[in-house]
Design a protein around this ligand. Structure first.
Ligand code: AMP
Ligand code: MG
Length: 417
């Protein structure tokens, strides 16, 4: 099992662009979980820890793509109907024993192996059967409705690559190649907690000054969505000794520790002190909005991520900064979510030299496309803005004015959760 080097998230405290931060993080984070063999049916969402090579051709032999009649193309009349006696019936799973002679057709079904000889299959809808013969309409192309051996994949071909996050179709592909078990990375064990004396468990009594802890549940969803095994450590009091003990215990059993709140520079932020006592903590100053500050560090050798406290900042920073790190720790090779160009339906002013993410909802533009509309309330604490949005519009550092109608990059929440 790989391990992070000591104090691997150290860096100067100058303001960093998001691109620079992501490049640095990419250098630091590598797979920390060990590969293990799993039955294919349990591997959905896991990261593949081996290349999967095909052991055979698929399809293993030429076969029919339709229910119909296998024929020799050379037997067909060009401009008029052709009548051929039907010799034989071939069904899927029962390979033909003999070749089909010239001047004859064989009844054949979808997935059934082509007999030696014929090169074309007539769809049954384009034929009629009369007295043991089939009457075929003219106009078909040579080779129609025949699937070729190996047209899906060939023996020896790499059909799934190490580092892939397994989707339903990938499991199907591994099964098609004959794999019953595959090697995947163990899920990342993540310890998750919140900090803040104002926080209460949902459902508890809310006395004046208190709010329910929402970040932990949003983060739980984001982490589980990535396939992490999350341990919920609850809410930690803003007391250094409590936080320190909880962190030390968590480090013994987890691959990553994630917290929210308590990492800004306020006097009441005790997470920083606690992590420093047990390892290292670095506040990264990123030129982004929302999101500052974010802390990276280590508790012993276990990586630590201290997310901001504001509910929107937590989610947006997770999606853009933390998610790639976690995917790398999990062994994934693709960590950058795709952005899609979309038209902005609103005007916006921003500061230069920082990247900004706006919460937007997609609306049909009436011309078959979509237009992004900004959520009316923008505060980093307004969680309703996440609930009421479909994703984020990403505005580049050098932009200062966004005019309606401009094409912008859209990051759908579905890409990152
Ligand atoms: P902090 O970073 O601890 O100063 O928190 C910044 C803001 O986020 C404050 O308004 C906190 O009350 C709020 N906040 C921090 N943690 C949570 C949480 N787990 N759930 C909801 N709001 C939170
Ligand atoms: Mg706090």
């Amino acid at each position: 099992m790989a391990q992070l080097s000591d104090d691997c998230f150290a860096h100067g405290d100058r303001l960093m662009s998001i691109a620079e931060a992501l490049a640095l993080l990419a250098e630091k984070a590598e797979a920390v979980t060990a590969p293990r063999r799993l039955p294919l049916g349990e591997a959905l969402g896991r990261i593949l820890a081996e290349d999967i090579l095909a052991g055979h051709d698929l399809p293993p032999a030429d076969n029919s793509a339709v229910d119909g009649y296998a024929v020799h193309f050379e037997d067909l009349e060009a401009g008029t109907e052709t009548r051929l006696p039907v010799a034989g019936r071939i069904t899927a799973g029962h390979p033909p024993e003999a070749p089909l002679a010239r001047g004859r057709a064989a009844r054949i079904f979808t997935g059934a192996q082509m007999p030696p000889g014929p090169d074309t299959v007539m769809m049954q809808e384009d034929c009629r059967e009369e007295d043991g013969a089939v009457v075929i309409r003219p106009g078909i192309k040579r080779g129609a409705n025949r699937r070729r051996r190996g047209e899906d994949f060939r023996a020896g071909e790499r059909i799934l690559a190490e580092g892939a996050r397994l989707r339903a179709q990938d499991l199907g592909q591994a099964a098609a190649a004959g794999r019953r078990e595959i090697l995947v990375y163990a899920p990342l064990r993540v310890a998750l907690f919140s900090t803040g004396d104002e926080l209460r468990e949902p459902g508890g009594v809310l006395e004046p000054g208190a709010i329910y802890d929402s970040n932990r549940f949003a983060l739980l969803g984001l982490l589980k969505g990535l396939g992490c095994e999350v341990r919920d450590l609850g809410i930690l009091e803003d007391r250094p000794a409590v936080v320190e003990a909880a962190l030390a215990a968590a480090a013994a059993e987890h691959d990553l520790i994630v917290t929210s709140g308590g990492v800004s520079v306020g006097e009441e932020d005790h997470v920083k002190q606690a992590v420093e006592a047990l390892g290292h903590l670095h506040l990264w100053r990123l030129a982004i909005k929302p999101g500052r500050p974010i802390a990276f560090g280590q508790v012993g050798r276990v990586p630590f991520v201290g997310m901001p406290g504001n509910p929107v900042a937590v989610m947006v920073t997770f999606m853009n900064v933390v998610r790639p790190v976690i995917l790398r720790l999990m062994g994934a090779s693709e960590v950058t979510p795709r952005r899609f160009p979309i038209r902005a339906g609103f005007r916006h002013r921003k500061k230069k030299a920082r990247r900004e993410w706006l919460r937007v909802r997609l609306e049909a533009d009436g011309q078959g496309g979509w237009v992004a509309q900004k959520f009316p309330r923008e505060g980093a604490g307004i969680l309703s803005s996440m609930v009421g949005s479909d994703g984020l519009v990403e505005l580049p550092e050098d932009m200062t004015e966004l005019e309606p109608g401009t094409s912008v990059d859209f990051l759908p929440f579905s890409e990152v959760s």
